[in-house]
Write a protein that binds this ligand. Structure first.
Ligand SMILES: Cc1ncc(COP(=O)(O)O)c(C=O)c1O
Length: 480
């Protein structure tokens, strides 16, 4: 193997892709034995995939009603040649306009993005690499609050040689990003002689499913301005926030605080809000003119196919459709979230209160034999091999505390969700002895945590609450 590797580049053969993590191991376990209700009812259920599949019926209806949006239908074929030969790396103007309109709408039209600042990339994955390439030299670093999306280790680091340094966030304050944690990480880098070039945040957060309030965002903007470093905001989950709750974009906050706009950059994609990861539509949106120019030159490496741009330009400029899609999708996500977390609450399993994302952050600390990452792995193997669910362990998100797991809930149908819930409930009821802390001790030790299964409650009246509402569950009792 070593001989073979000597024939190849060091970067290509290093471990930078990160495939050796438990995050990807879970996917492999699923691939080896995937659940199917009839063919493999005992298979592994994939709950490690942040996909938004709950509103595809709406997309299909639109596609059927708009055959001229495709260049492969009799109605749209006259655009085939023009679309097939177009390859300008600025992208189709109508696509950029439609995309910015969509981005504005997702943010409640409180911001107005400029289509000329849109730079295309192969998904947010490509956008992150572009950002790292534009902003930092090999060996320089970005601070990243933990827990964070494991793909960042690959996207920002692998080919650029850039480093990611954790900003340690903890459950004691619901994993909030504090000034103190930022300063500590910054000072640590300085002591190690590492030049910090920026702060990378994901808002709403993957894996937490939470989003930042205006004050925290303002504080982050002051921090990066004081240090004269960049901020990259990944807002890929902006459109998954529960209806009635207001997502605040960095694009809003920079209008309200003094800020060097050359330091501010957004990453976005249609992989989550629209549920189109296969289309590889990602973008860099920078307020820095030089970054826009350089990133655009780089976009030759990850252009979005013109066929995709053409179709999406049509779909995303249909205001009635996008308005309805966003609100319906947000409602369905919240319902699914509640269905799952309330079901878990019935057997005393809590999660971090969250109102966004395609996942929640499940608290299984009391099932660990010891509060160590080894114990977390041991319990994760039980989840994969016995309960047959692929949920992702916190350590793969660089979480500083063992016992947290990310559970994705929007990549499956209701029936599969019920099977997953049933499996967990059955396991917990059969294995009460696995719980190391008594419930009483557990809750006493965690008074500071706001553990809740509620996501929809603010907008739904009681008669629409889930039939699985854990009115008598230990979780609710503990909150009272
Ligand atoms: C926070 C975050 N950023 C980026 C990505 C990659 O997205 P894309 O499919 O657009 O490359 C993901 C995917 O899960 C993600 O969660």
């Amino acid at each position: 193997m070593e001989v073979t590797n000597n024939l190849l580049s060091k970067i290509a053969t290093n471990n930078g892709h990160g495939e050796n993590s438990p995050y990807f191991d879970g996917w492999k376990a699923y691939d080896a034995n995937p659940f199917h209700p009839q063919r493999h009812p005992d298979g592994v259920i994939q709950m490690g995939l942040a996909e938004n599949q709950l509103s595809f019926d709406l997309i299909q209806q639109w596609i059927e009603a708009n055959p001229n949006a495709s260049i492969c239908t009799p109605q749209g074929a006259s655009d085939f040649k023009h679309t097939a030969i177009f390859q300008d790396y600025h992208g189709l103007k109508e696509f950029r306009i439609a995309l910015t309109n969509f981005m504005n709408r997702v943010r409640g039209n409180r911001v107005k993005f400029d289509p000329d600042r849109i730079v295309m990339s192969g998904g947010a994955t490509g956008a992150h690499e572009t950002m790292a390439f534009c902003l930092a030299n090999p060996g320089e670093a970005f601070l990243v609050p933990t827990p964070y999306y494991p793909g960042f280790d690959r996207d920002l680091r692998w080919r650029t040689g850039v480093q990611l340094l954790p900003v340690v966030c903890e459950s004691s304050n619901n994993f909030m990003i504090t000034r103190e944690a930022l300063e500590t990480a910054y000072e640590k880098a300085k002591l190690a002689n590492i030049k910090v070039k920026g702060l990378l945040i994901t808002n709403p957060s993957n894996p937490l499913g939470t989003f930042l309030d205006r004050e925290t965002l303002k504080d982050l903007v002051s921090f990066i301005n004081e240090k004269n470093i960049h901020i990259i905001c990944d807002e890929i989950y902006a459109g998954t926030v529960t209806m009635g709750d207001e997502f605040v974009s960095i694009a809003e906050v920079i209008k309200e605080v003094k800020c060097n706009l050359d330091l501010v950059h957004l990453v976005y994609s249609l992989s989550k809000d629209m549920g189109f990861p296969g289309f590889r539509v990602g973008i860099v949106y920078s307020y820095n003119d030089n970054v826009v120019t350089i990133a655009r030159k780089m976009s030759s490496f990850g252009l979005v196919s013109t066929q995709t741009q053409h179709m999406l330009a049509s779909m995303l400029s249909d205001d009635k459709f996008t308005e309805n899609f966003i609100s319906e999708s947000r409602l369905r996500l919240a319902r699914r979230h509640d269905m799952f977390t309330r079901g878990l609450a019935q057997v005393g399993i809590g999660s971090l209160e969250s109102k966004a994302g395609l996942f929640f952050w499940m608290d299984l600390r009391r099932f660990l034999k010891e509060p160590t990452f080894e114990s977390e792995m041991t319990f994760w193997r039980i989840i994969i091999n016995e309960i047959k669910l692929n949920v992702s362990p916190g350590q793969s998100f660089h979480c500083s505390e063992p016992g947290w797991f990310r559970v994705c809930f929007a990549n499956m149908d209701d029936e599969t969700t019920m099977v997953a819930l049933w499996r967990i409930k059955t396991f917990v009821r059969k294995n009460r002895n696995l719980e190391i802390n008594t419930k009483r001790q557990y809750w006493q030790n965690n008074q500071h945590l706001r553990l809740s299964s509620k996501r929809l409650d603010d907008i739904l009246t009681p008669h629409r609450m889930s039939p699985h509402s854990p009115l008598a569950s230990p979780l609710v009792r503990a909150q009272n």
